[in-house]
Design a protein around this ligand. Structure first.
Ligand SMILES: [Zn+2]
Length: 289
């Protein structure tokens, strides 16, 4: 009887060990398959560049002009919605681009009008993720002032600098600057939903807190949204660094990291400002699953 009791105690102990082991395995196993994910590309404007050599500190692209696209993205994670970048300010709608300027931005449609087409109300956006603090990525952020702003910690800090770095306009994120909405400054990489499905990846260089976004779509596979680690595909081939980047060495290191991640994961790399990459995702209002 005593032996039986001891054996039972042992087997109960063994069972609890097994249960604990299974729980640990569950914690360490990627939960990617569980997340129901969907990704839409939105039109967030375009920027005509009068002299493309302004995007090269090695004097490449002399005499070239280029229209860069400005794109934003919506990610549905189960019942949660995240916006990735918010494009150019809606005040540009209806205005002709000023072609005398080195950079001439234009916008034809705002984000809420596009969200309406896919049945999403602006107040359903719980997270506004920002690749970096430049005006062509923060433009319509304040439309979503109930959302948590996720931005690289270095870029959140730069919004408070005096003088402000090139391209940084704190007024575009006034609700968060005023403490009226929640800010989540992201240091290093961040697993946005805690299940490995959506990752903000630290890619400093263009700005102090630049990030790219990796989305593990169940059917499409991994999609890597570049932020402004590069602005167009040629920059990848020739290690192109714009002279207005904050740090040249970090820019090159981040480009190396981004390209290696794309290769290792066989991810679809979408360069957000490259009009040639629009076709890498389904045409709106269709989504990638
Ligand atoms: Zn940009």
């Amino acid at each position: 009887m005593k032996t039986f009791a001891t054996l039972s105690a042992f087997s109960a102990f063994g069972a609890s060990l097994l249960a604990a082991g299974a729980a640990l395995l569950a914690l360490s196993a990627p939960a990617r398959a569980a997340a129901d994910l969907e990704l839409w590309r939105l039109d967030c404007g375009s920027v005509m560049v009068k002299d493309l050599s302004s995007f090269s500190d090695t004097f490449a692209y002399a005499g070239q002009t280029r229209t860069l696209t400005d794109s934003c993205y919506v990610i549905r994670h189960g019942a949660d919605y995240m916006l990735w970048d918010t494009g150019l300010p809606a005040a540009l709608i209806g205005k002709a681009p000023d072609l005398t300027q080195p950079l001439a931005p234009s916008l034809t449609v705002d984000i809420p009008a596009q969200l309406q087409k896919i049945g999403i109300k602006p107040e359903q956006i719980g997270i506004v993720g920002i690749s970096h603090n430049h005006f062509d990525h923060l433009g319509q952020a304040s439309t979503f002032s109930k959302a948590t702003l996720m931005i690289g910690a270095g870029d959140w800090q730069s919004l408070h600098e005096n003088p402000l770095p090139f391209g940084v306009m704190p007024a575009l994120v006034q609700p968060w600057m005023d403490g009226k909405a929640k800010v989540d400054p992201v240091a290093g990489d961040r697993d946005v939903f805690g299940d490995g499905s959506v990752m903000m990846l630290s890619m400093p260089g263009h700005t102090k807190g630049e990030t790219a976004l990796l989305v593990h779509l169940p059917k499409t596979g991994p999609v890597l949204l570049s932020g402004d680690v590069v602005h167009f595909e040629e920059q990848i081939a020739n290690n192109g660094v714009p002279p207005f980047n904050i740090d040249r060495a970090e820019s090159l290191a981040s480009m190396d990291r981004m390209n290696r991640i794309a290769r290792e994961l066989n991810a679809r790399l979408v360069v957000q400002h490259d009009a040639g990459d629009i076709g890498k995702l389904p045409a709106f209002p269709a989504s990638a699953r």
